[in-house]
Design a protein around this ligand. Structure first.
Ligand code: GLP
Length: 250
């Protein structure tokens, strides 16, 4: 794992955006695995700036998002499809037909998960997978559990995730209790992974995930087994991991 530290959220976002831009420049028709949550918003803003400056084109880029709340329509402003449109797709020249988010409203969620796995295969796999991390170590919506899940699946959200994500909804009761998420195998199959972490609240779980044992109780710990992971974080999020002696890249 290569670890890059930035001073603050802005620096972390710029670093992440540069890595994503490099991927697009190296392979204009690449498949990006995209993430939601508050962490990647700054990187998406940087990518929009690069596009507007004429430095980056998304014309041939394809994307697959990690997850979606079960039951939410794409028009719901808390759906992850809405998030992606609002925070990235509507502001760059990506072809919306080439963007994919699991369909939260699908009548048969299991069939939708199987379709999503086939779709990722048909696209030839993910070149660069972006990730954030939940406070309990979840990636996508792979919650702490007894064994690592493999392909796209329906998951029951934990109380801590429902509480953490309730900040985006009008009340706790409005937060969906289930989601469709890529599994650990989908994530681990990506050729390269870029995980972004920011803020003091993540310091403990970042340390646990990347210096502790690989176990499904800390889902992000599985990334220790991937051969091409880049961790970008700000000083606050990385401080405890660095105390364990983890080496930084310049
Ligand atoms: C949600 C998403 C995750 C994301 C996490 C962290 O649960 N499903 O993909 O990593 O939130 O969010 P934040 O970046 O706001 O801390």
């Amino acid at each position: 794992m290569r670890i890059y530290q930035s001073e603050d959220y802005q620096g972390m976002s710029r670093r992440a955006a540069s890595i994503i831009a490099a991927q697009i420049i190296n392979k204009p028709d690449c498949v990006l695995g995209l993430a939601t949550g508050s962490t990647p918003i700054g990187a998406y803003q940087q990518l929009i700036e690069m596009y507007k400056a004429g430095d980056l084109s998304f014309a041939e880029v394809k994307s697959v998002n990690l997850d979606e709340y079960k039951g939410l329509s794409p028009k719901n402003d808390q759906s992850y499809r809405y998030f992606m449109q609002h925070n990235l797709f509507d502001h760059v020249n990506i072809n919306v037909a080439n963007t994919n988010v699991p369909q939260g409203e699908a009548a048969d969620a299991d069939a939708e998960c199987a379709r999503y796995d086939r779709l990722i295969d048909d696209l030839g796999g993910v070149d660069l997978q972006l990730l954030g991390m939940g406070l309990n170590g979840h990636i996508g919506f792979n919650e702490p559990c007894a064994s690592f899940a493999t392909g796209t699946h329906v998951v029951d959200l934990t109380e801590s995730t429902i509480a953490a994500n309730s900040r985006f909804f009008s009340s706790m009761n409005d937060v969906p209790r289930q989601a469709l998420t890529m599994g650990n195998k989908n994530i681990m199959d990506a050729k390269q992974i870029l995980i972004m972490v920011s803020g003091e609240a993540k310091a403990d779980i970042v340390c646990k995930a990347f210096s502790g044992p690989v176990c499904p109780e800390v889902p992000a710990s599985i990334l220790q087994l991937h051969k091409n992971v880049i961790l970008v974080g700000d000083r606050a999020a990385l401080c405890k991991l660095l105390e364990t002696g983890a080496a930084l890249c310049k």
